[in-house]
Design a protein around this ligand. Sequence first.
Ligand code: PGA
Length: 262
Amino acid sequence: MRDILIIANLKMNMVHRRDVVSYCDRVRAAMATAPDLKKGVRLVICPSAPHFDVVQRLAHVEPRIALGAQDVFWERRGSYTGQLSPVTLADSGVRYALVGHSEQRTYGHVSDEEIGKKVAALILAEITPVIFVGETEYERAAGRIKDALTSHMRAIMQHVRAEDIARCVFVYEPVWAIGATTLPTPEELMSARILLQKIIADTYGATVAHMVQFLYGGSVTPQNAAMFTPDLGIEGVVLGRAGTQAPSFVQVAATIAHQHRT
Ligand code: PGA
């Protein structure tokens, strides 16, 4: 069985190096007292790029921790002011990179096609792409979840080769659940995961679609983490707010790891 993934997206919340250092210290201390984290789970921390080295130091001493990036550019080098090359990420020890987070879509105006190109670039650099898709509140209210997910996925998948799709991680993250208090029900979660898997199967075949790892993101907390039972087919979560608090991050990881072991 592969590791479940618990990803802390720190966004732009820790602006000082000293805050990231103290966060990493507290994550390490919390992990030392959490027996459920011994195996079967990986904790990915995605800081701002100038703080990669802080997380990388923790990853060196704590094998369950991996370094993640919050974004990447699709070209490997050249005149692209302000962009981050996948080669630079790999060189800095990055193992996972988030692409297509709704805040990137909103503030960075990144399109599904560009997300697809980022995925291809990450695979070439041997970094695991963590791809976000999810419907808006408006699409949900209009009963258009299926259409929204299908159109995101089709556009992204155009850039991903059949032999690479199983190396991608997909996050179902409804936009209305980010920074909110409500999550989809377990039934809604399972049906979104089945739909995403079917969209992948329609393009690449069922065998490969069953190899893809699916996560959930949006308003996950230590209080609701127990709902992520293995039968949902969701093998991990992405945390925004809860991920910035070391004890909550580790507690969510321990709760979900425990669910997947029992
Ligand atoms: P949240 O954010 O956990 O604070 O809802 C999730 C995300 O933005 O990925």
